[in-house]
Design a protein around this ligand. Structure first.
Ligand code: KG4
Ligand code: ZN
Length: 341
């Protein structure tokens, strides 16, 4: 079975993973998060430079952890989009360099397909079809998935404004919590009462999402509030509104599409309340919930190697070495097409 090296550099994590036949053999992760914290968000040039410094050491560390060498590799997969242009560029260029120098095929992977594929490393092959909720810092989509390597991906609904993770990050900022906001709100909410404030559940379309109204509602509430801010209660109430909307729409999509499986992935799928409420509602509806462990929900290299592993085993042709980055690529298939879009 082929051994695939995966490289992820779309945002502030430099991730490397090694996967063979659905099994994660080793991985390594470096983050430049601390360097961005004082700016309240990821600074693309700082992220790109950090990727450049971390990439080779992370590849070395992942190989060591897997107990393999460059000579054991059969294919290289690297994120080609979407993401921060300068950051994606570093990882894709590195992927090409490894592929060219080792004489291996290169696969330019769609980052969001990686979020979905990573679950196979923990829970085995995906069913023939399922509904997937991808909730990350830049994207929020409800999808109908077939064979991830071969079939086109159908969008049932997307966010019309902010992504779910973006809402966490922005509300954290309003509450004076550190970046990234998701984990900070998750922690703060543990001591709060989610019933304190009834924030709006923006319903947009049936499967579409809108989080900017919720963010504004939190801002208005804070403006009107006198005295010390009950940070834990606001965090818990906001988190409850997000978890309610995400889980309700996902379960509805499964029902409407006769899907007995919901796959929930991306950074926000690491959220404790989003996981718990979705698990509760899926169980009540007889739907199997698949959600990777939190460390595989946020960006990592294993997810890109997981896509590489699926497409290599499916016999898909490699990407040309002329493949360019696609910072705004819409998720239509697991690989970034060389024609662009
Ligand atoms: O998937 P990801 O690591 O990167 C992107 O592809 O964007 O997602 C990052 C997002 C950030 O907005 C972060 O605040 C959010 O995921 N996040 C969380 C949690 N952990 C990360 N949001 C809520 N609760 C968490 N525990
Ligand atoms: Zn991501």
């Amino acid at each position: 079975m082929p051994l695939v090296l995966g490289i992820e550099t779309s945002c502030d994590e430099t991730g490397v993973g090694l996967v063979r036949d659905g099994v994660l053999l080793g991985d390594a992760l470096a983050s430049s998060m601390d360097e961005h914290a004082r700016f309240g968000g990821v600074v693309p040039e700082i992220a790109a430079r950090a990727h450049l410094h971390a990439l080779q050491p992370m590849v070395r560390a992942a190989l060591d952890r897997a107990g393999v060498g460059f000579g054991d590799l059969d294919a290289v997969a690297a994120t080609a989009g979407p993401g921060l242009a300068t950051a994606v560029q570093v990882g894709l260029a590195a992927g090409k360099a490894y592929a060219m120098s080792l004489g291996l095929p290169l696969y330019g992977v769609h980052h969001l397909a990686g979020h979905a594929a990573v679950d196979t490393l923990e829970h085995g092959p995906l069913p023939d079809r399922c509904v997937a909720l991808i909730v990350s810092g830049g994207h929020t989509s409800l999808l109908a998935l077939g064979d991830l390597a071969r079939d086109p991906i159908t969008h049932l609904g997307d966010t019309v404004d902010d992504a779910a993770g973006e809402a966490f990050d922005k509300v954290a900022r309003l509450l004076g919590l550190p970046y990234p906001g998701g984990p900070a709100i998750d922690r703060a909410a543990r001591d709060g009462d989610p019933a304190t404030i009834a924030f709006p559940r923006a319903m947009a379309g049936t499967y579409s999402f809108s989080f900017s109204g919720l963010k504004t509602a939190v801002a208005r509430w804070l403006e009107r509030h006198d005295g010390p801010v009950p940070v834990a209660d606001v965090a818990a109430s906001f988190q409850e509104a997000v978890a309610d909307t995400l889980s309700a729409k996902s379960v509805q999509a499964c029902r409407d599409h006769a899907s007995d499986t919901l796959l929930m992935v991306g950074g926000v799928a690491a959220n404790s309340r989003v996981r718990a409420l979705t698990a509760e509602r899926c169980a009540a509806a007889g739907i199997t919930l698949r959600v990777p462990r939190p460390s595989l929900c946020t960006d990592n290299g294993a997810m890109i190697a997981a896509v590489g592993d699926l497409v290599v085993r499916a016999g898909l042709p490699p990407s040309p070495l002329t493949l360019g980055i696609e910072p705004n690529a819409v998720l239509r298939s697991a690989l970034i097409s060389p024609e662009g879009r």
